[in-house]
Design a protein around this ligand. Sequence first.
Ligand code: ZN
Length: 121
Amino acid sequence: MHIGVGELIVVLFVAMLVIGPDKLPETMRKLGRGLHQLQTETRKLTDAVDADVAEPLQESVNQVNSGLQDALHPVRKKTTAAGTAAVETWICPSCGNKATGKFCNNCGAEKPEIRQEGESL
Ligand SMILES: [Zn+2]
């Protein structure tokens, strides 16, 4: 809710009529103090909610996220390995040609099962 200047003036005018001009300053002081206290309490409550709810929640989210990353890791690795295998070139031991895929493009010999550098188990 947003109170504009015009509304504030009306509220102050009505307050002056109801409370009276002599008591108005004291009432406004009390109101100000009350608002300040309300702000302080709200901040305390927000901090408490942050500490008791938001932080553990964030922790859970992080855990789920990290678990998800762990679960996805082998899938990503396989996907990457499959992608790499498709474009990976190797030297055919039979004819010495550069070959791609599972068989030599030149002589048709099968790719030897040798781990290439950069490829981990
Ligand atoms: Zn070959």
